[in-house]
Design a protein around this ligand. Structure first.
Ligand SMILES: [Zn+2]
Length: 141
């Protein structure tokens, strides 16, 4: 599974990304390429697990810390009014990439009642993802 996985390829650098925010031995954090709002980040384990059922307790604990740090950094970087944290497990729940991931989604008062599962429509223009990722990195504590 891991060898065809788009997230594993990003982690290994086989697919280049200019939107990496953070990595350590367990976790990898980068921007979604089709964000709900700009600054929408993904927190994933470096090791391939398909979903929440399979990930070891020790690793989910470490991911939780990265999720919290990402939420705070994204909020500051894009001046969000709120943050959604979402994790979709299996297709009927909206999981598209079969590598465990947590969405950190900045939200704004003007968003209204959007469906964060369905509305992944925005696109970064050239260089924008890199500058948003840099901004989030600069807010990382
Ligand atoms: Zn993977």
């Amino acid at each position: 599974m891991g060898s065809n996985c788009i997230f594993c390829k990003i982690i290994k650098g086989e697919i280049p990304t200019d939107s990496k925010i953070f990595e350590d031995e367990n976790c990898f954090v980068f921007l979604s390429i089709s964000p709900v709002n700009f600054g929408h980040a993904l927190v994933i384990p470096k090791k391939h697990f398909e979903n929440i059922y399979e990930v070891p307790d020790e690793l989910i604990a470490k991911l939780s810390v990265a999720i919290k740090k990402t939420a705070k950094a994204v909020k500051k970087a894009v001046n969000a009014h709120g943050i959604n944290i979402a994790n979709n497990n299996e297709r009927p729940a909206g999981q598209v990439v079969p590598h465990l991931h947590f969405h950190i989604i900045p939200r704004f008062s003007k968003d209204g009642d959007i469906n964060i599962l369905a509305e992944h429509h925005k696109k970064y223009k050239n260089g924008e993802a890199k500058s948003v990722a840099e901004k989030i990195k600069s807010e990382w504590e």
